[in-house]
Design a protein. Structure first.
Length: 134
């Protein structure tokens, strides 16, 4: 079912600060800050040779990551994203195996314009997993 690692997402308390640190201290190639109004997050994309890191910060009043930042004031890893070939088939298999899918169990269009779902962290050893259609 899972194929490639896509990205790790880290929630940070200050996006400009984090962007600067990844660029200047780690020498990373960083994007400009992108606001995803409909997702309630602002994101900086870091391209590595073999994968990506996404630095995230809440956007707007009802951001889905506000609570997370409140509980992790210095920032923390929020989720990992792994690709799957067929997200519909993946959902069927996950449900058959008792894995809880967050929300209404239907794929949503994620930040990369591809269908994604999120798996309940309690069903995967405390890690929030995003599955993205290849
Ligand atoms: Co993600």
């Amino acid at each position: 079912m899972i194929t490639k690692f896509n990205h790790v997402a880290i929630v940070v308390p200050d996006l400009n600060d984090a962007k600067k640190k990844y660029k200047e201290v780690l020498g990373a190639k960083v994007s400009e800050i992108c606001d995803y109004i409909q997702h309630g997050v602002s994101v900086v994309f870091i391209e590595l040779e073999n994968t990506k890191i996404e630095l995230m910060h809440p956007y707007g009043e009802n951001s889905p990551i506000s609570k997370f930042l409140e509980n992790n004031k210095n920032g923390s890893i929020h989720h990992i994203c792994i690709e799957v070939k067929d997200i519909k088939k993946s959902i069927d298999k996950l449900k058959k195996n008792g894995v809880r899918i967050l929300g209404d169990e239907t794929p949503k269009i994620g930040a990369h314009n591809k269908p994604v779902i999120f798996l309940h962290p309690k069903d995967f050893y405390g890690t929030l997993i995003e599955l993205e259609q290849e």
